[in-house]
Design a protein around this ligand. Structure first.
Ligand code: NIG
Ligand code: FE
Length: 413
């Protein structure tokens, strides 16, 4: 078979180990790096790759692209973001600098609730345009697939508006968008005195509609002190399971409050943040195979030093990913490379571990492991090209965008 496109003269091709399972613990250190290599692409998929001759894949219609010794990796996957929202929250920056805690701002009616206000008041089209620009940025930083959460509506119409925006973007934008329903992100002001009624609204009205209209693939809750309790979270997640929505849990961001037990009971695919997770809970997550989505740029942005203990998660043989957590409050940066760089400098992971975390492991976190996340014949040609001589350089030369090209489904975008 002949190729439509061949990328040749690749300096280093980063190939995560793809043994039809995510990389746990020690395995995260492993990868194949092919020097002087090529990738042949046909119908948007990987036809072949390697270091031998690619002559046999060429005919008159094959387009040859010289990569000039740069680095190529699978398209980066950001498995945790909140990228669809109205407004911004730079006014919180001064509070943060003055030592006001993230949860205190929320308690004062700001934080997430501030963004709820601006998201309720923005039109569908404006929200679409704003979110589309954010995806453009993400793409420029090498991201080809993004998980995105609702949770800035906290009412029926706005939650659905956020999910509809993601659906339309998934259709129109080169980036693949994996939607998560997260009405359990905070208790809206109008239900402050009646939490139970809001939870009923999620379970009885929002969840059935979201499921019937296939507007989300996952559900998520913010299990934290002053937000949703373990019992409330579990009630919502179990209800979502009835509708086929697999759970994700924002757990142990500030305090360890039984979020991991809730995630286990709800058969969650992943837990998020995990800055305060105990050793015992790390062990439990590993036993159950729950993916740890670690978000170092959030810790950084919150001006804390309590980074999730990535190495300990690995010691307990866990599956970890690194994600941006892009959102207007606790992490206003859509640059996944920022989180990747912090994973190296603050969590002391190696470049190979981080690249595995944002490719093969992240593909499992978003449930798309059959089509993306590694360099494998038959997988989608989603590729990120870094203008650097080797993979270490991506992290060594920090603070700049090292990405110079992105391919999505076999097309340069
Ligand atoms: O993952 N922690 C909860 N949710 C988001 C922040 C949302 C916000 O502050 O707007 C997070 O950090
Ligand atoms: Fe989050």
């Amino acid at each position: 078979m002949k190729a439509d496109i061949i990328l040749f003269n690749i300096g280093q091709l980063f190939c995560p180990l793809d043994e039809n399972k995510p990389l746990r613990g020690e395995k995260l250190k492993e990868a194949t790096i092919l020097e002087n290599s090529y990738i042949a692409i046909k119908d948007g998929k990987i036809l072949e790759f390697g270091t031998k001759s690619y002559e046999k894949y060429i005919d008159d219609n094959t387009k040859l692209i010289d990569i000039n010794k740069k680095v190529v990796t699978p398209g980066l996957i950001d498995a945790h973001t909140h990228f669809v929202f109205g407004g911004s929250r730079e006014h919180e920056f001064a509070l943060k600098l003055n030592g006001v805690e993230y949860l205190e701002i929320l308690q004062m009616g700001g934080g997430i609730l501030n963004t709820v206000n601006t998201t309720r008041n923005i039109s569908f089209n404006d929200l679409y345009d704003k979110s589309s620009k954010i995806l453009d940025h993400m793409l420029s930083y090498g991201v080809t697939t993004v998980e995105g959460k609702s949770g800035y509506g906290l009412d029926f119409d706005t939650e659905i508006k956020q999910l509809e925006v993601m659906k339309k973007l998934d259709h129109n934008h080169p980036i693949t968008v994996v939607p998560t329903f997260m009405a359990a992100h905070a208790i809206p002001p109008e239900f402050k005195e009646n939490r139970k009624e809001y939870i009923d609204l999620i379970i009885n009205e929002m969840l059935p509609f979201v499921a019937d209209n296939k507007l989300a693939r996952y559900q998520d809750v913010f299990l934290e002190s002053g937000v949703f309790t373990k019992e409330e979270s579990l009630q919502i997640l179990l209800a979502g399971n009835q509708y086929g929505l697999k759970a994700r849990v924002h757990a142990d961001e500030v305090k360890s409050l039984g979020g991991i037990d809730a995630a286990i009971e709800a058969d969650a695919i992943s837990c998020e943040h995990l800055m305060a997770t105990t050793d015992e809970d790390m062990y439990k997550m590993s036993k159950k195979g729950i993916i740890a989505n670690l978000l170092p740029a959030t810790t950084f942005s919150l001006m804390k030093d309590t980074y999730a203990r990535a190495k300990d998660f690995l010691k307990y043989d866990n599956i970890i990913t690194i994600c941006s957590d892009f959102n207007p409050g606790s992490c206003p940066s859509e640059n996944l490379q920022m989180a990747m760089f912090l994973a190296v400098y603050k969590m002391k992971l190696t470049p190979i571990q981080v690249l595995n975390a944002v490719t093969i492991n992240a593909s499992y976190s978003v449930g798309l492991q059959d089509s993306i996340g590694s360099i494998k014949v038959g997988k989608q040609a989603d590729l990120t090209i870094f203008d650097v001589p080797n993979i270490d350089y991506i992290f060594y030369n920090f603070g700049v965008n090292n990405v110079c090209g992105v391919m999505k489904n076999g097309k340069m975008v």
